[in-house]
Design a protein around this ligand. Sequence first.
Ligand SMILES: Cc1ncc(COP(=O)(O)O)c(C=O)c1O
Length: 342
Amino acid sequence: MIEPRENIKRLKPYTSARDLVKEEDLIFLDANENPFNSGMNRYPDPHQQVLKDALAGKLKTGASRIFVGNGSDEVIDLAIRAYAEPGKDRVLTLGPTYSMYEVQAAIQNVEVKEIPLDADFQPNPDKVLREVTDRDKILFICSPNNPTGNLVERGKIISLLESFNGLVFVDEAYVDFAPEGSVIDLVENYPNLLVSRTFSKAYGMAGIRLGMGVAQETMIQTLSKIKYPYNVNRLTQQAAMEALENPEKVEQQINTLIRERETLRSRLSGFSFIKKIFPSDANFLLLEVKSAGSLIDFLKKKGIVIRDRSGVIEGKELVRITVGTPQQNQQLIYELKNFDNG
Ligand SMILES: Cc1ncc(COP(=O)(O)O)c(C=O)c1O
């Protein structure tokens, strides 16, 4: 049974003016807003109900099982705020992985224990369980994992859900590039599962800052209790609704990016300075190279920016390249040919 922090259990959340009156088309003189209609003069719906109803279809779950936040980073933050006690509890990560879990925990003064993934970047459930103590409240699993790019096997996630007593947070920021890998359907059976998704990657809307958490109602209610009342603004809710009503463009882009990822992989495999291209279920490739620094500097001079990930695996020179448009990828390959010959 996962219990929130004691103070969160006792917390009486802020009640906003819009919580008290549900009707529309009234004369609202209750929230100290500017009454002149600009389309933006009213606070947004704090429960984001219309958006959640639309997301329920996309995420194949009930609206009451959805939390929406300011990016999935907010979901990570609130999970730690709700379930891990500062100065006492720990959270577990499976490294190398997305660094925000560690940063958010540190901000909350919650200790982090990183357990290494195996050589194929899969977790070893027995190894994880050997490390678990009573203080461990959240286990972060990133699938597909950033920066390694691979999905975590469903069987391993189930095994961890069944044996870890705390909250299992599965971060699916990149899963739209490998939709068969989602574990949202497991929420039904596992009250300790929280799955996050985002509009920042496949949806091409990193600028609107919208992320989702999917879990059973009790957990969603806890997260909702501690969020800022108006955490997702009106413009974001509107932009997300428009995207959800027109899914074809996004689906087309996802297909293009998956195809481009594989084209990029085969073109890159011919270069002598690349030692290894890791398998990817996401919109990026992790490469082991001879010298990350000289490659990054060379490309920067040509106007192309890639990310240094050296050190995330001990002793390896690594770079992470996001899959671009077909034209951007061609430009990248063109410059890399010059680098290879240089
Ligand atoms: C694994 C992972 N999770 C979450 C995020 C953050 O997503 P959002 O933009 O929804 O906050 C990122 C961003 O790079 C990421 O790589």
